[in-house]
Design a protein around this ligand. Sequence first.
Ligand code: TYD
Ligand code: MG
Length: 453
Amino acid sequence: MAKAKSVYTCTECGGQAPKWQGQCPHCEAWNTLIETAVEQGKGAGVNRFASLGGSGEVVSLGEVEARDFPRLPTLIGEFDRVLGVGMVEGGVVLIGGDPGIGKSTLLLQAAARLSEQVLVLYVTGEESAQQVALRARRLEVNASKIRLLPEIELEKVQATIAKLKPGVAVIDSIQTLYSSALTSAPGSVAQVRECAAQLTRVAKQSGTAIVFVGHVTKEGALAGPRVLEHMVDTVLYFEGDTHTSFRLIRAFKNRFGAVNEMGVFAMTEKGLREVTNPSALFLSHHRADVPGSCVMVTQEGTRPLLVELQALVDESHGPQPRRLTVGLEQNRLAMLLAVLHRHAGIALFDQDVFVNAVGGVRIAEPGADLAVTLAIVSSLRNRALPAKHVVFGEVGLAGEVRPVQRGQERLREAAKLGFTHAIIPAANKPRQNIDGIEVIAVDRLSDAVDYLK
Ligand code: TYD
Ligand code: MG
């Protein structure tokens, strides 16, 4: 009998079964068995996710030479910013995003720049060589040095990397690759995991920096429920509204740099162009002050960013008032409405509330709280905030306004963009005045709301 090449492993308990079945025979969990390759050789299974170090001997940390990893800058400033000064030798980067958002475009642009410095292998599983060539022509980049491999079989990709020893390899996309050791279809959790694990091992052993392109499925998870995130060194996500030309790329995990860094691009006919001063992007330009609008300063990594928040409060006719957010957290909105009621006496139980962050940006930090509440009160009372005012601050459940990180930098950015007043937490009030901006410090939410009388 031929030896089986794959077994089914339970994602809950790690138990194995020779055939797929609905229930794990070991822990009796349902639908947890996924196909995995049988490892050859003793102990191979232990070393599936080879690490950067790897010799396996005990050393004292003091004796380990702390050296910086050699960097390979892509020379696309906004991309390097999120990577943390470029790629790292042997580092593995995952770039996720919706289909059509610009992942292949960015990587081809980066590959063209990188190919001036090192050998770059571009593995394309989704598009033909002609399509990639067409894109390169459209982007007007010098892609002649890029080595292109239209291939979807993992073993052939591995062999090519071993033979060419490229400095950088781009896998576009990880979901199209399949390993012949498994019978599951390409794109399945088992295949994505196996291919990524094998290639990660190749990267660590050969020093080739590898970039995986990964599509995000409808549920917002990378196909194979985020199975890749823990394997790779850096996880970047492409965000942005496909209806506008702006694209944000954000670092969610980075073993070689800071997280929460954000790169901003604009999609043009000639590919992605860097936007070095993005603050102006997320402000809509009203001719007059309008109720329901409030500009906030958010901090993305090392960079402050001005974003306009809009709220609309309207009489509700359903049994349940609606609370909808775009670009902000929905649960946070429910919480802020409760705080508004209890600590500022503003009831919205018979009103629908909609909140939107302009420009397709997503804000996850609580520093948006104060701006969200002021936008809501402004819409409810039909009173606009005075012109040239910015707002930031977290709102606590006790109705207090809490400080945020890097208040000074936020104020300076606002002053730079011509704002004259800032409503901010008292604890963020700078000791020295910042030129051009007057600080209105508030301690409690009710004080801030009074500003809209
Ligand atoms: P693409 O990089 O193929 O997306 P992904 O790899 O993330 O699926 O980008 C596709 C979109 O970008 C497509 O709708 C066309 C647009 N585009 C431009 O607007 N300008 C360009 O120069 C290029 C190459 C693409
Ligand atoms: Mg693509």
